[in-house]
Write a protein that binds this ligand. Structure first.
Ligand code: ZN
Length: 284
């Protein structure tokens, strides 16, 4: 599932491709992904609108447009869910089977494809209003982080997935950050020492920043039937495992820890897999 780094890489890729482009047609093939925006309103707001900018907030893509009719700015929120992809494809290529929304940009289509339709393409921005600070921003300070953790008795791994604590961390980078900080995923959030909070704060920033930097080398062109390792972690046959190679614990159960060479373990917390080294990440 795409987390902050994957979305950031995608936003940087799409921004120059979309800027200045005008939506000539709006083809919604799965109305579900617009929720709660009604189809009519979605079409009316976007037909003829021009893309002016694109940014990221947490795991969301925030498209900025200028409406054709009112000339006013409009904002469109995108989320990739579990399996979503957003890409440009030549209009001569038929949109993929699971295309949920297709924007006609002239010679190109901008396509939101999602085999499971857990993602979003909506005019409703309420989801981003509830998000906590951006982990790579200055206003995400160790002090604020420490204060918020003191309020929770949840295991730290589960708490890190709470998007109102800090935005954009998912299952992969929660496990990776905890390993780098040598903090056990089972430790209750309010039991972390100040030293552990500071280490974890730094580790979160490091793992995310490194993933964004590394991700920029990954090709993002999905058209012409091509796939890449970006959101599927190289599981397509013959695709290099760009991401997996970089991960220290995630999806590495039974493999040796890079630090102590004992075996990485998988446990389940709040119905999600956690990967960690029980030797390096001890509860104390
Ligand atoms: Zn270890």
């Amino acid at each position: 599932m795409p987390e902050l780094p994957e979305v950031e890489v995608l936003v940087r890729h799409l921004r120059p491709l979309l800027r200045g482009k005008i939506i000539r047609g709006v083809d919604v093939r799965r109305e579900k992904v617009l929720r709660p925006t009604p189809l009519k309103k979605f079409r009316r707001a976007l037909r003829g609108a021009k893309f002016t900018n694109l940014s990221r907030r947490g795991k969301y893509l925030l498209f900025e447009l200028r409406s054709k009719t009112s000339g006013k700015p409009a904002r469109l929120l995108g989320h990739l869910g579990m399996t979503g992809r957003m890409f440009l494809a030549r209009k001569v290529e038929p949109p993929p089977k699971h295309a949920a929304v297709v924007f006609d940009l002239g010679g190109w289509n901008f396509i939101y494809e999602d085999a499971r339709y857990f993602g979003r393409m909506t005019l409703d921005l309420s989801a981003v209003e509830k998000l906590g600070p951006e982990p790579l921003d200055k206003n995400f300070s160790p002090d604020i982080f420490a204060r918020e953790l003191k309020r929770s008795r949840q295991p730290i791994k589960v708490k890190l997935l709470d998007q109102s604590l800090v935005a954009g961390i998912g299952n992969i980078y929660a496990s990776e950050a905890l390993f780098r900080a040598r903090v056990s995923p089972k430790l209750a959030a309010d039991k972390l020492s100040l030293a552990q909070v500071r280490k974890l704060h730094g580790a979160i920033r490091e793992v995310l920043a490194e993933a964004v930097a590394g991700g920029s080398t990954v090709p993002l062109n999905f058209h012409a039937g091509k796939t890449d390792g970006l959101f599927y972690f190289g599981r397509a046959p013959g695709t290099p495992d760009f991401y997996e190679e970089r991960l220290c614990v995630y999806d590495r159960a039974g493999k040796p820890c890079a630090n102590c060479h004992r075996l990485i373990q998988r446990i389940v917390q709040a119905a999600r897999s956690t990967f960690y080294c029980p030797h390096c990440q001890i509860v104390r």
